[in-house]
Unconditional design. Structure first.
Length: 170
């Protein structure tokens, strides 16, 4: 997108915000350190992972990342699949990548919805789900607020997900 289009888009968003009195989280960025623990045993497969955002009404705002090998097994990330996966197939290619090795992997959310529009300031929930063949399933939810002060959250570890750090820059 060229500079003129960006300026026009920002001006339109500012005007809509001013007219509707809805604050938008223009400069917000959320950094999520997805921690995949090493798996023990001979059947050591990399987990499938989905990261998505929900609003305060538990409605899906955006799928941020999906790490997978075979599309047939996306349904094993049951919570994500039921909430967003089966419905967002058109946009899925833009956020899908290969499974990752054990370790910490950075995922960023730019505070936009599935259509690329900035979301309103308010309460949101980060969801991270992991499923491993011959392993377990884990799902972590972390509430957060956009549009306030900067925040840092640390989640507890689960079977297929290690402790994670989430940084919200408003």
């Amino acid at each position: 997108m060229n500079q003129t289009k960006k300026v026009k888009k920002l001006a339109t968003l500012l005007l809509v915000s001013a007219l509707t009195s809805v604050p938008y989280a223009f400069a917000a960025e959320v950094s999520i350190e997805v921690n995949l623990p090493a798996s023990e045993g001979s059947m050591n497969y990399r987990p499938y992972v989905a990261v998505w955002i929900e609003d305060e009404n538990d409605q899906t705002v955006k799928t941020v990342a999906v790490w997978r090998k075979e599309a047939d097994w996306l349904k094993d990330m049951r919570r994500w699949w039921r909430k967003a996966g089966r419905y967002d197939q058109g946009e899925l290619d833009s956020v899908t990548g290969a499974t990752r090795r054990a370790g910490i992997h950075l995922v960023k959310w730019d505070a936009t919805n599935q259509q690329g529009e900035p979301v309103a300031a308010g309460k949101y929930t980060i969801n991270i789900e992991a499923s491993r063949e011959h392993g377990g399933r884990s799902w972590i939810r972390q509430p957060m607020t956009l549009g306030g002060k900067n925040q840092v959250y640390t989640t507890k570890a689960a079977e297929e997900l290690g402790s994670m750090t989430i940084k919200v820059s408003n």
